[in-house]
Write a protein that binds this ligand. Sequence first.
Ligand SMILES: Cc1ncc(COP(=O)(O)O)c(C=O)c1O
Length: 431
Amino acid sequence: MVTRHEQYERARKVMPGGVNSSTRVNKAIGTPFFASRGEGAHIWDIEGRRFIDMNCGHGAALLGHAHPAITEALRSANEMGHLSAFETEHHERLASLVCESVPCAERVRFCSAGSEATMHLIRACRGFTGRDKILRVEGHFHGYHEMIYIGGFPPPDRLEENRSQPFVESPGIPGVLADLIIPIPHNDSEALERAIREHGDEIAAFILEPIDYNCACIKPEPGYLELARRLTRDAGIVLFFDEIQSSFKKSAGGAQQDLGVTPDVCTIGKSLGGGLALSAFCGSAEVMDSFQPVGPVQHSGTFNAHLVPILGGVAFLEAVRRPDFYPKLQSLEQRFHEGLDRIIADRGLDLVVPHHGARFNIVLGRRTPALRYEDTFCHDNEKMLDLIRACWERGVYFHDYGGIPVHHGYSIAHTVEDIDEVLNVLDDALT
Ligand SMILES: Cc1ncc(COP(=O)(O)O)c(C=O)c1O
């Protein structure tokens, strides 16, 4: 048997950091989690240990691993011949299911990663409005590309400056692109009004995560999304919900359905392919028909909407649209959070676990939910890594994300016994 340390040694010789996604080196365990297989709620590492998976592919495995409907979809793909670069009847079937499920979706296009989806849709917003600037919210994440990896997560000592000189989040992104980004604090109606008053006619889109799973699961304060809806409509700005993470976690319609505010456009992804690589961008016919060959905006690609994940997407949508899917997910959510709340209360712990549907965030150092990015500066990343390591030693896998207060979650394949076991482990690990 190869140990994880040996595998890490080998991998580092041929891939930067031994990984294909920089955050895949798990700081809590000192190596990546080298998986050998996954089934339902469980994953096995290359040393043969079994874990209850509380990451679920960053939210991709909402059906659990190797769900029978996805295995069946893969069998159909084998029969059809894996076809790259063709449209099929299945593409239209999946697009129709998305348009029936997601409130803002009149038209949809499919791609692989969430980063691609936000990139293409930002281009459409710019092409549609003829404007270049993007209004965004601090503490929200929209992918790693040049268009938007700016101004979201400034270090605490750069926060004030971020609002006049947006923080460029990676070397390699040209500083001039920061001139196109306007960051505002979350849940700050005045800042939103001011930005639109001062820059409205330069802003193509207001992009935000309706549930901010990438930072403490911050939810919009009452009236904030409604205000955003009204102000953007009045100013001719495209309201853009990035639902790459929030889609399908609580309902088939996503957070826009859960919260009752319909944007002009949105991105959806992660779980959409049932664990296969699939994301999408969708919205009003008016904005989406900006794309060629109807409008002038270019969007093409050999692997766009590859047949294999499209078939996975059809199987996924059919699964989540069954009447018993969300009630079951909700009963797991209730059991997990009632149990965890009891542990926190009994021990008087200084942490909160805000949640929405099948995902939740653990925020250390506070007893009330955060409302803004800066409310999370009390969170101690090192303590979080200690907690994740303690769970890993006890057979429960949380991804580390460097210890920041980001999302974790379960799948429809988790059983009540799995949830109870995770609670036992957390109870022990939090001691
Ligand atoms: C809200 C949001 N947008 C975009 C992305 C980027 O998606 P991907 O990792 O599939 O590129 C993520 C990924 O975590 C996300 O949570």
